[in-house]
Write a protein that binds this ligand. Structure first.
Ligand code: MN
Ligand code: MN
Length: 318
């Protein structure tokens, strides 16, 4: 499909060497506004909500850097997102790195402005705190939201060090504030050590489906995703993908790694299994490049964001 102003293609590797040219996501055009866009990538370079290793503030920049290797067509699913959607890179949200509460306010306002347009945001994080203000803006537009949440952690702690808003608490707050439709939420990949043996029970009591990593070991997740599609139905769905859901053997460049995690193949099965759902947005969070010596974590993150783009409503398959 030829390049057009209505639906620009990513800058190709035969037009400009992949290691050169603009540093946008997939070398897409850079835009200031979501007007006329069907979907966009944007970064939220926040890591002052982290509890252990910091560094996710560099996630958006590094994911964009590794994304230069991505080509426009999905060879497995035959998705051709840029032939059917107008997609661009909206840059980064200018968070206040000296103030978490102010940053959360800035993020919510940025997404409210973005969502005035019919543009589906795919966010490059940033730590998982950012999901809370994004869901607040999403809730205002779409009503209570279903969610596919991939993570080693539930992120439903009551508080951390007495703080209500951190990267370990966003989905507790989201339930309390009525942002989520708990019967339409699934959490996949949970594992590791807890503060109490009942840490994974709170989301279950809310009505979430909880799928610990052990239930994913050695198997295809395609059947699980069939059940997830039935559970989530036709209502709005947000995909929140914490890269630490994946085993640190593949994605060690993150702040709170946990062993015994999902494989990269299972990550593809989860996102491809969201095809057919009414996906209204997604994020890929917790990439901390300073621990990512091979670049594989950011490269995986870039690929998973592309896979999210490929399953959005309206994408053509050829
Ligand atoms: Mn998380
Ligand atoms: Mn996590």
């Amino acid at each position: 499909m030829p390049d057009s102003p209505e639906r620009p293609q990513p800058l190709g590797g035969n037009e400009m060497p992949r290691f050169a040219g603009p540093a946008t996501m997939m070398r897409l055009p850079s835009r200031d506004s979501a007007a006329d866009l069907d979907a966009c990538f944007l970064g939220v370079p926040l890591d002052i909500g982290t509890s252990n290793r910091p560094g996710a503030r560099y996630g958006p920049r590094e994911i964009r850097s590794e994304s230069v290797l991505l080509r426009p067509y999905n060879m497995a699913t035959r998705a051709a997102p840029f032939d059917s959607l107008h997609v661009a890179d909206l840059g980064d949200v200018p968070i206040n790195t000296f103030n978490l509460a102010d940053s959360v306010r800035i993020i919510e306002e940025a997404y409210r402005a973005l969502l005035l347009h019919d543009c589906v945001p795919l966010t490059l994080g940033g730590d998982h705190t950012i999901a809370l203000p994004i869901l607040r803006a999403m809730r205002e537009k779409h009503g209570p939201i279903g969610m596919v949440h991939v993570d080693a952690h539930t992120d439903t702690s009551e508080a951390m060090f007495g703080e209500a808003v951190t990267h370990g608490t966003p989905f507790r707050r989201a339930v309390e504030e009525g942002l989520l439709d708990p019967a339409r939420v699934v959490q996949i990949g949970l594992r590791g050590t807890g503060y109490h043996t009942d840490d994974f029970d709170w989301p279950r009591t809310q009505g979430f489906r909880v799928v610990p990593a052990e239930e994913c070991w050695h198997i295809s997740l395609a059947p699980l995703m069939g059940e997830v599609r039935e559970q989530l139905g036709s209502g709005p769905v947000y995909i929140s993908f914490d890269i630490d859901g994946i085993d640190p053997a593949y994605a060690g460049g993150t702040g709170t790694p946990e062993f015994g995690g999902l494989t990269t193949i299972q990550a593809l099965e989860i996102i491809r299994g969201c095809r057919g759902l009414n996906v209204i947005g997604g994020d890929l969070v917790e990439v901390a490049p300073v621990y990512d010596t091979s670049g594989n974590t950011a490269l995986l993150a870039a690929n998973l964001l592309f896979e999210m783009l490929c399953i959005l409503p309206g994408v053509e398959y050829r």
